[in-house]
Ligand binder design. Structure first.
Ligand code: TXA
Ligand code: MG
Length: 304
């Protein structure tokens, strides 16, 4: 895979993968996504030894690794000198994770170096959870698309890091909830407060994950789409002229997470005026889902 850009499924979303040790490949990734160079990439590793070759694994990081890797957790760790500036945008830390997909890890092992892989969408758009989303968004800018069917989680990994005092913080809500992290470590995992001028996670600024169609938590009017997840709303008969799309019919938040991005992408070409989403309970995965929908709706406000 020298020089190649390969889109492939992870348990979270599809990634656009290339060798992390090749600056030309890294520049191609940024170009294909139209991603600003100051927004760094996650390095995907096959095992802990490979993580240790690019980052300093602290005891706290090892504890989380033991519980969550392989899986949808990304850690911000002090980078080793060998990590290219292009991968971490010159920041002192590198983002790393070991993905759950056996196939992805086998590919990393075969290549022999970590693979940098942002979500395989044009910068600012919704992350792809199916191969067809990648093709629609990036098409020929990618050398290969590996179709592994829909992603199991449907939401990006949770990003965590530690402040100077060693306190853990969440930099991006994701597929692993704060509650699960807290239960495991017996310590709080507050959300890191981003400085909008100098964000420590540049991709976590508001205008992200948005379809072109306006997204809102408001109730639908005719010509809108209504995306619901609760048992009660799934039987909603509603107003005439509203396109109703349940992403779960049994109030299952994991199922809703798996389907949310697919629903947003499908509805984006359905000719509706707005995509209205039933709000989620603000805890567990519901907090991540609310945050993604809020970002999508803020993107339109800031673009207006
Ligand atoms: O689930 C996921 O994490 C997916 C799959 C493909 O692994 N990847 C993903 O990558 O969502 P991306 O590039 O779309 O989002 C990575 C986020 C961005 O917000 C970026 O700013 C942040 O991680 N990030 C990456 N490297 C960083 C670093 N060295 N320091 C701070 N933030 C970093
Ligand atoms: Mg992304």
């Amino acid at each position: 895979m020298r020089g190649a850009l390969v889109a492939l499924p992870t348990e979270t979303v599809y990634g656009l993968a290339g060798r992390a040790d090749d600056p030309t490949v890294l520049r191609r990734i940024f170009k294909a996504k139209n991603r600003p160079a100051h927004n760094p990439l996650i390095l995907h590793c096959a095992d802990l030894d490979q993580v240790a070759s690019v980052a300093e694994l602290t005891p706290a990081a090892r504890q989380l690794a033991g519980s969550f890797w392989p899986g949808p957790l990304t850690m911000l760790l002090t980078r080793r000198e060998s990590v290219l500036d292009e991968a971490c945008a010159g920041l002192p830390r590198v983002a790393v994770r070991i993905p759950a997909s056996e196939q992805f890890r086998a590919i990393i092992r075969a290549v022999g170096v970590p693979l940098a892989a942002p979500s395989a969408n044009p910068s600012g758009y919704v992350s792809p959870t199916r191969a067809e989303h990648v093709f629609a968004g990036l098409g020929c800018r990618v050398d290969h698309i590996l179709d592994g069917g829909p992603c199991e989680r449907g939401l990006e990994s949770t990003i965590v890091g530690w402040d100077e005092a060693g306190r853990g913080e969440i930099y991006r809500l994701g597929a692993i909830s704060a509650e699960v992290l807290e239960a495991l470590t017996n310590t709080p995992w507050p959300l890191h407060q981003q400085d909008e001028q100098h964000p420590s996670t540049p991709g976590a600024l508001l205008q992200h994950y948005a379809p072109r169609t306006p997204v809102t938590f408001e109730l639908p009017a005719p010509q809108d789409a209504w995306v619901t997840w609760s048992e009660r709303a799934s039987t909603w008969k509603g107003e005439v002229g509203v396109l109703h799309l349940p992403i779960s019919t049994i109030g299952d938040l994991e199922e809703a997470a798996r389907n949310l991005y697919h629903a947003l992408i499908e509805l984006d070409s359905a000719g509706v005026t707005r995509i209205c989403v039933e709000s989620f309970p603000d805890e567990g995965l519901g907090a991540t889902l609310n945050e993604r929908v809020a970002r999508a709706s803020a993107a339109q406000i800031s673009a207006a």
